[in-house]
Design a binder for this molecule. Structure first.
Ligand code: ARG
Length: 470
């Protein structure tokens, strides 16, 4: 039975079905800019090598310039019947300049052409994402400086563990996003070799200069093996893998924003810009943007698994399966751009409730138990394991009396360890606890301020890589 939706089109028979499954121009027109650049470089190399005449070369370049204008003004008409972006541009070139257009494809195949275009596209995508992550780091650092002294409970197992500063918590993400950037930058280094000139699979008998085209397109060098050049998509996989780890980090931060903004926590509040109401419950302020950042992680992981699966069984070299590489990379890029922008927006927008955070850190007065144990070791020279044990007894006493540690009497404390003095109460507030953690990488407000400064230097000044791209 013919499908109701497609039936009309497929009634035209096998050719319509073939066109439908084969066509890629609906999405690969996003490679148009790179395709034009690749063609320009290839054409000037062919002229320089005497493979085509100067006149034909000039005609081709002029034609490509006109096409570029048509595309940027929206006047270019992409035709499905011409299958992909490469055939569309070449066919238009023939309309515009006639016979010389047929010389552009000398010593080139769509196989090395698409591999080159796509590498350039992914390279530019990496640079865009690097900019976006950097911006997110920048707003996180600003917020961290504002809240270097804001005390909140730090959690393990989502149970209150030790007091930390909100600034410290935010800087943890700055580090994660820094590693994300370096993963993309590493991928870019491996990506930046040029497939152009590999031909369909085996190279070419024309006297081409692959180093020249590589240089014109800002690649570091030509790819060394023509079969590898047309058949691998590991650069796209690395992009998707780095993107998946980035998405994981974004999702964890989003999850924390969801938790923090719940009235049960009440640590932060979003303005109307980043929350939505409920159509039924007037009191609701839902953190939809954060939930969507968390939810869109699925698409990114899906993209990685899509392409891993497409590639895993392919014999060398090119197979049409590989046309499936582009939509998934485009979609992941779009998702990452949007989620990065939304996350940066939320970081700027969120208003921490400083009192609520402190009160939560101090809720049962037990969060400074480690500080008590540390005091025993530091002041009475008790081995830490034993201090831990003694503190356990004191915590039990406090729980029994339903008072915070700091409100126990000295006499009670001394029941557990007679040498304890009044001085111990000094370390039992969340503020004192956080302020004491001055070790490198620790949560003390001054340490966090210094860490924010250092993060600015490491992540925001200069570039991670010297990028040249088209
Ligand atoms: N549209 C194709 C792709 O994206 C271009 C390469 C076509 N090559 C071929 N031998 N049919 O993969």
């Amino acid at each position: 039975m013919t499908s109701k939706i497609w039936g009309g089109r497929f009634q035209a028979g096998p050719s319509a079905i073939m066109e439908e499954i084969n066509v890629s121009v609906g999405f690969d027109q996003r490679l148009a800019k790179q395709d034009l650049l690749g063609s320009r470089a290839h054409c000037s190399m062919l002229v320089a090598q005497g493979v085509i005449s100067r006149e034909d070369g000039e005609a081709i370049q002029e034609g490509l310039t006109r096409i570029e204008k048509e595309i940027s003004s929206g006047a270019f008409h992409f035709k499905r019947a011409l299958e992909d972006v490469h055939m569309n541009i070449e066919s238009r070139l023939a309309d515009l300049i006639g016979a010389p257009a047929g010389r552009l494809h000398t010593a080139r195949s769509r196989n090395d052409q698409v591999a080159t275009d796509f590498r350039m596209w992914v390279r530019a995508a990496i640079d865009n994402i690097d900019d976006e992550i950097r911006r997110l780091q920048s707003v996180l650092i600003d917020k961290a400086v504002d809240h270097a002294g804001t005390i909140m409970p730090g959690f393990t197992h989502l149970q209150p563990a030790q007091p930390v500063t909100f600034g410290h918590h935010l800087l943890a993400y700055v580090e994660m996003f820094g590693r994300d950037r370096s993963r993309f930058v590493d991928a870019r280094v491996r990506l930046n070799e040029c497939p152009l000139g590999a031909g369909a699979i085996a190279g070419t008998s024309f006297p081409i200069d692959r180093a020249l085209t590589a240089e014109k397109l800002y690649f570091d060098r030509p790819m060394a093996n023509s079969m590898d050049a047309v058949s691998d998509r590991d650069f796209a996989l690395e992009f998707l893998a780095a993107g998946s780890i980035l998405a994981t980090h974004l999702s964890r931060l989003a999850e924390e924003m969801v938790t923090w903004s719940s009235p049960a926590f009440g640590f932060i509040r979003f303005t109307d810009a980043f929350s939505t109401g409920s159509s039924m419950m007037p009191q609701k302020r839902n953190p939809d943007a954060a939930e969507l950042v968390r939810g869109k992680t699925g698409r990114v992981f899906g993209g990685l698994f899509t392409l891993l699966t497409v590639m895993k069984g392919l014999p060398l070299t090119y197979s049409k399966d590989m046309q499936e590489d582009k939509e998934t990379v485009f979609a992941v890029f779009d998702t990452l751009e949007l989620t990065l922008a939304a996350t940066a927006g939320m970081v700027v927008d969120m208003k921490p409730d400083v009192e609520k955070m402190l009160a939560s850190a101090d809720a049962d007065g037990l969060i400074t138990a480690t500080d008590l144990a540390d005091w025993l070791t530091q002041n009475l020279n008790i081995p830490f394991r034993e201090s831990h044990h003694i503190t356990g007894k004191i915590v039990k006493l406090a729980e029994g009396q339903k008072v915070p540690l700091g409100k126990l009497s000295l006499a009670d404390m001394q029941m557990a360890e007679p040498r304890i003095t009044q001085d111990v109460f000094r370390v039992l507030t969340p503020e004192a606890s956080a302020a004491s953690r001055k070790s490198f990488g620790g949560t003390a407000p001054d340490t966090v301020r210094a860490a924010a400064q250092a993060a600015r230097k490491r992540f925001l000044e200069g570039r991670l890589n010297e990028r040249k791209s088209s």
